[in-house]
Design a protein around this ligand. Structure first.
Ligand code: HEC
Ligand code: HEC
Ligand code: HEC
Ligand code: HEC
Ligand code: HEC
Ligand code: HEC
Ligand code: HEC
Ligand code: HEC
Ligand code: HEC
Ligand code: HEC
Length: 303
């Protein structure tokens, strides 16, 4: 390696770098001092064996760290683009030189993460990645919990998606790189919820039985989204329901209060003559309206 160094920017190692022009030097030079790290890098998806044929700076160490000549002769850390001291936005710009075209990162610039200064290296680690996952700094959920500690408790509830057990992952429902506006819930709270098949809620990919289309649809599934009735993370109520008593949830909408519902005339309540709500058995709405997500046979979702 030492034989390579004197050619770097025409300077010898240890010389002052003042006035010298920076340039790309190639991975072999870096390897001379960062041997172990460079050896490990062979396993990295960023290691491209054809790199020597690439124009300098398009592959290898300097594609992320920038020109290395001045650093290589001085070993001065201020002369190399490290990521530890620089603001997240700078890292984002570097990474997006190559990843800006990834389909799943279309919305990264205006995602809640980017606008809150959460950058690529807040979640990813290039040189010390967790063996599971895509160059993540830790197990996926643990990376998320570093900042979203309150969400962990939701997945410890009696009824929950088994994220903490490893059965499903945050990224089954979220795209941490940002998502397009939701096609459900009037695009109200996109929450970086990723789009599943047909641009619909990601839930439908796993819960195909509630996906429809149904001849008789229950409008809130699309209008408010699944989260109108379910807590997607976890709940103290069976079926991840948002309320302990099902009828309370139904009556929050089915109460004929004006200014709400498809025609702003209120949503039709359970017919009073028939439904005797003081009789507890009538409060078990889904005993009769059992196809609550929609039906192909009955407009009242009873079969
Ligand atoms: C002459 C030896 C030498 C060469 C050649 C060299 N480095 Fe370094 N580099 C060092 C030393 C010493 C440090 C400081 C200690 C450490 O972090 O390992 C360092 C630190 C770094 C850092 C951390 C900077 C920071 O902000 O903490 C990066 C990134 C880096 N080198 C990249 C490179 C790259 C890329 C190359 C090839 C272009 C390269 N180095 C070539 C000696 C060298
Ligand atoms: C895909 C982008 C990328 C490439 C390619 C890359 N690095 Fe890094 N490097 C980073 C990031 C990001 C950090 C900041 C710490 C971290 O997240 O792991 C870093 C940190 C470092 C550090 C300081 C921290 C440490 O772990 O010692 C050194 C030294 C370093 N890189 C050297 C290299 C060398 C040598 C190569 C080529 C073999 C290389 N890097 C290739 C992104 C990259
Ligand atoms: C010079 C182009 C280039 C730069 C710059 C670059 N990458 Fe990559 N990255 C690639 C290529 C090529 C792959 C491997 C092919 C693929 O999966 O698309 C890759 C793969 C990845 C993967 C997927 C790893 C896997 O296991 O599938 C992650 C995560 C990633 N890069 C993160 C980053 C981050 C973070 C940065 C900035 C610190 C960065 N990249 C900078 C070219 C680049
Ligand atoms: C909030 C955490 C987080 C941030 C910030 C983040 N990522 Fe990721 N990234 C993930 C997770 C989790 C995965 C794996 C799950 C998945 O595929 O979505 C991933 C997967 C990837 C992949 C491989 C799969 C794919 O989507 O192509 C690449 C490449 C990648 N990230 C690059 C980047 C780059 C570049 C940035 C910054 C511009 C970045 N990531 C910012 C968490 C993050
Ligand atoms: C470095 C800290 C950090 C990490 C790591 C992190 N986040 Fe975030 N996340 C934030 C911040 C800051 C916000 C924006 C403020 C808020 O809504 O709390 C946010 C917002 C969100 C939102 C709400 C988006 C919205 O539109 O309101 C979701 C969903 C989310 N993060 C998911 C994840 C997932 C999944 C991971 C792991 C792959 C993750 N985050 C990792 C800091 C982080
Ligand atoms: C089963 C799908 C699913 C999984 C798995 C999931 N989420 Fe969510 N998450 C959602 C949905 C849907 C919303 C939006 C709820 C709404 O619109 O009120 C949301 C909202 C959020 C929010 C913003 C609102 C809030 O409650 O603070 C954050 C932050 C968040 N999720 C983080 C995470 C993290 C971190 C993980 C993994 C540990 C995770 N989510 C796993 C579906 C999921
Ligand atoms: C990656 C697949 C996957 C995705 C995406 C997913 N789920 Fe689930 N869901 C499951 C599995 C598996 C179970 C079974 C419970 C368990 O794991 O213990 C479950 C259980 C449930 C239950 C409880 C069922 C019961 O019989 O008690 C409800 C309600 C539910 N999910 C709603 C949702 C909603 C709403 C979304 C979207 C925000 C969603 N799911 C996204 C896989 C998924
Ligand atoms: C109007 C309220 C409401 C909406 C909106 C809603 N659900 Fe449900 N869901 C329920 C009720 C009530 C139950 C409990 C049914 C029972 O106990 O028989 C349930 C049960 C479930 C179950 C358990 C298995 C089953 O079919 O009984 C799953 C899975 C489920 N819902 C997924 C979803 C998904 C995915 C969405 C969004 C596409 C969604 N739900 C939207 C009210 C709703
Ligand atoms: C987020 C609001 C919302 C919730 C919660 C909700 N619904 Fe609905 N439901 C609607 C709307 C809107 C309609 C369509 C009414 C219309 O077309 O006038 C509807 C239609 C119905 C219909 C068909 C009525 C008809 O005449 O066509 C039945 C039956 C029904 N819901 C039962 C229930 C039950 C049982 C629950 C509780 C598990 C429930 N709904 C929860 C909003 C809701
Ligand atoms: C014992 C079975 C049963 C139970 C329990 C039940 N319903 Fe019904 N529901 C029916 C039948 C049968 C009809 C049609 C009655 C009619 O046409 O008068 C109906 C009609 C409805 C309608 C449509 C009203 C209309 O005029 O179109 C709504 C809305 C409704 N129920 C909501 C509920 C809610 C909310 C609950 C729980 C508080 C509930 N139901 C409990 C059997 C039941």
């Amino acid at each position: 390696m030492l034989a390579v160094l004197p050619n770097v920017a025409g300077l010898a190692r240890g010389q002052p770098t003042g006035g010298a022009v920076n340039q790309f030097v190639g991975d072999l030079v870096c390897m001379g001092c960062h041997g172990e790290l460079s050896a490990e890098f062979r396993e990295n998806p960023h290691h491209d064996p054809s790199a020597p044929d690439q124009p300098a700076g398009r592959a290898g160490c300097e594609s992320c760290h920038g020109m290395g000549a001045l650093h290589a002769i001085s070993a001065d850390t201020s002369k190399i683009g490290g990521f530890t001291a620089s603001p997240p936005s700078e890292a984002i710009d570097r990474c997006l030189v190559c990843h800006g075209g990834d389909f799943g990162k279309m919305h990264i610039r205006r995602s809640a993460h980017t606008t809150s200064d959460v950058g690529c290296v807040s979640c990813h680690s290039i040189h010390a990645a967790h063996p599971e996952g895509q160059l993540l700094a830790g197990l996926e959920r643990e990376v998320c919990y570093r900042c979203h500690a309150n969400i962990r408790a939701r997945f410890e509830m009696p009824f929950k998606h088994r994220v903490n057990e490893g059965a499903i992952a945050c990224s089954d429902c979220h795209n941490p790189h940002g998502a397009p506006l939701a096609t459900w819930a009037s695009a109200h709270s996109p929450r970086m919820v990723s789009h599943g098949m047909g641009n619909d809620q990601p839930c439908l990919g796993c819960h195909a039985d509630v996906a429809g289309p149904f001849v008789f649809e229950h409008p809130p599934l699309r209008v408010e989204g699944c989260a109108a009735c379910h807590d997607p993370h976890g709940s103290t109520n069976p079926r991840l329901l948002a309320r302990p008593a099902v009828f309370v949830m139904c009556l929050e909408c089915h109460n004929e209060v004006d200014g709400f519902g498809p025609r702003s005339e209120g949503i039709i309540g359970p017919t009073p003559g028939f439904h005797n709500l003081s009789d507890p058995s009538f409060r078990e709405c889904v005993l009769c309206h059992s196809r609550i997500h929609g039906s192909n046979a009955d407009p009242l979702f009873r079969r």
